[in-house]
Design a protein. Sequence first.
Length: 121
Amino acid sequence: MRRAPVACLVAMLVMAACEPAGQAPLTAIVGATLVDGSGGAPVEDSVILIAGAAIVAAGPRATVSLPARAVKVDGRGKYAVPASGERIAAGRPANLLLLRGNPLMGTSAPERTMRGGQWVN
C-alpha cells in the first residue's frame, strides 16, 4: 500500500518540472554587459529575458524582474551583442551573441550564439 503515496509524489514532481501549459520557455542571461545595438552606452550587470523566440525584457539587473522558472545563463564577464544587425530590446527576435572579451575594444571571441531563442552552439 505504500506504493500509491510514492507514485503520487513522483507524479507531482514530474508535473512541477514541466512548463506550465501555454507558457513559452524562459531563458535569462544574467550579469553580461549589454550592448543593445541602439548606439547607447553599454549596460553592465544586465538581464536579458527571452520567452520562446522573442526578447521580453532587457536592461540593468535592478530593473528586470527575474521569474523563478527562468533558466539562468551566467553572463558575468561576457558581452551580449545583437546578431545580424538586430537590436536587443523587448519585442525583438532573440538573435544575439554572447562574447568573451570586449567587442568595443576589438578583443572579443564568440562563446555562444542564439537564433530565434535557441542556442545554436
